[in-house]
Design a protein around this ligand. Structure first.
Ligand code: SF4
Ligand code: SF4
Length: 421
């Protein structure tokens, strides 16, 4: 590691702007999901702030323990939203990780590899293809040893299968309708592209039925959230510029996303990363539920299922969107609100893989909530949350279907069109 002073200097400015607002009230101890499960002050918002302060004041070294404290923040944004003193903790954690990402060799090596994958679609496709081939040789079911292997999705009986063809290959192109109201770009995002291409298919179908032309560009690249979270801001900036320029070429009315994390990254992180260049793009970015409800005003008929909704953190705390997905679900099913719908599922991208034991503990509350709701279906607006819900519910023997909100709404739309014939 290079000089500690380098690290300190890089985030001292952000630290000075944000952290002095912390009154040490401790309210974050009642909602930080990682603190709630570990009970460890260093694993909570206030503890992380205190450690960052001590580092800035040269009172502690950036030890292994310090790095663990910083790396176990899920960036769920709950503290940034609910802190009574309005400490923008997310800004601070990004600054700290950004400084570490440029100075700690282990982070640099990981960022180099991940950055190369994120910026080169062919490389990512090839890596996923290798993963898909390897998956064919994995025993099906719940063999414990398979779950504990490194580099695979650890700890769940359900290893998500890579799609035989990525969504960008099968759905890339122009999907026109007869009476077009407008044209949008569907930004698929990596999880939908490689794991859940059916969600892309559902979005295209719903929007086409609603009279919207949809462009899916095989040239889209990752939104950059893995790079931002790992402190690799240089890669994140290049990805942001690529996606912004791509959208500009198509001159679409909206950029619609079915992944709340990608949408949040476009709306909130891109303007911070590349400034004015991203302003128009950020205004066009919209979550698919909001687009269907607020822009298109589409309706569906109630199907014969009882469904509940899990709030993805980036949707609820990052974008303050809670109403629209629930309204879509209530049209297409009998909607029941589950307790603690706003509680994090514990996935948070790579967090659920790297910190599997904590992630599993965080999910306990969600499992109990799903069970007590009596719902047959859990809908959500984030493919990573879907991955966690499917794996963890299956592990606990809870037989509940997990779908994307738009998939459930599509069923209701088809039902409505059938009844109208
Ligand atoms: S809730 Fe905000 S002000 Fe209170 S201890 Fe946590 S970060 Fe500090
Ligand atoms: S972002 Fe989430 S995990 Fe990180 S400190 Fe805040 S509440 Fe805790």
């Amino acid at each position: 590691m290079k000089d500690k002073k380098d690290i300190v200097q890089e985030y001292t400015r952000v630290w000075a702007e944000e952290a002095h607002r912390c009154s040490k009230c401790g309210k974050c101890r009642s909602f930080c999901p990682v603190f709630l499960e570990t009970g460890d002050e260093k694993m909570g918002t206030r503890g992380r702030l205190s450690l960052a302060a001590a580092l800035a004041a040269n009172q502690v070294a950036p030890t292994k323990e310090f790095l663990r404290s910083i790396s176990t923040c899920m960036r769920c944004l709950r503290c940034t939203r609910e802190c009574p003193s309005q400490v923008n903790f997310d800004r601070l954690i990004r600054a700290v990780r950004g400084a570490l990402g440029r100075r700690v060799w282990r982070y640099q090596a990981a960022n180099l590899l991940v950055g190369a994958l994120l910026e080169n679609r062919w490389m990512m496709d090839a890596a996923v293809r290798c993963g898909a081939i390897a998956q064919r040789f994995l025993p099906k079911g719940s063999a414990r040893w398979v779950r504990e292997l490194p580099f695979f999705y650890r700890g769940s009986a359900v290893t998500p299968r890579f799609a035989s063809q990525p969504a960008l290959r099968t759905h890339g192109g122009y999907h026109r309708t007869q009476k077009s109201r407008m044209t949008v770009m569907l930004y698929t995002g990596c999880v939908i592209n490689y794991l859940y291409p059916d969600i892309a298919q559902s979005v295209i179908d719903v929007l086409n039925r609603g009279g919207v032309d949809v462009i899916v560009s095989p040239r889209e690249l990752c939104c950059g959230i893995p790079a931002i979270s790992a402190g690799d801001h240089a890669t994140a900036k290049r990805l942001a510029r690529h996606n912004v320029h791509l959208v500009r070429k198509f001159n679409v009315d909206y950029v619609v996303c079915a992944c709340s994390t990608c949408t949040h990254t476009f709306m909130k992180d891109y303007p911070e990363l590349i400034g004015e260049d991203a302003a128009a793009f950020a205004k066009k970015a919209m979550d698919v539920s909001c687009f269907i409800r607020n822009v298109l005003g589409l309706t569906a008929a109630r199907t014969d299922v009882t469904a509940t909704y899990h709030d993805p953190c980036h949707m609820r705390f990052g974008m303050n969107v809670t109403k629209e997905p629930r309204e879509l679900i209530a049209q297409a099913s009998r909607f029941v609100e589950m307790p603690c719908a706003d509680k994090c599922c514990g996935m948070a991208g790579a967090f659920g893989i790297i910190n599997h034991a904590i992630s599993k503990k965080i999910f306990e509350r969600k499992a109990a909530a799903v069970r007590s709701s009596g719902a047959q279906v859990v809908a959500t607006s984030c493919p990573s949350c879907m991955m966690q819900l499917r794996g963890q519910l299956h592990d606990r023997g809870i037989a509940v279907d997990v779908v994307h909100t738009v998939e459930l709404f599509r069923r209701g739309m088809i039902e409505k069109q059938k009844r109208e014939k």
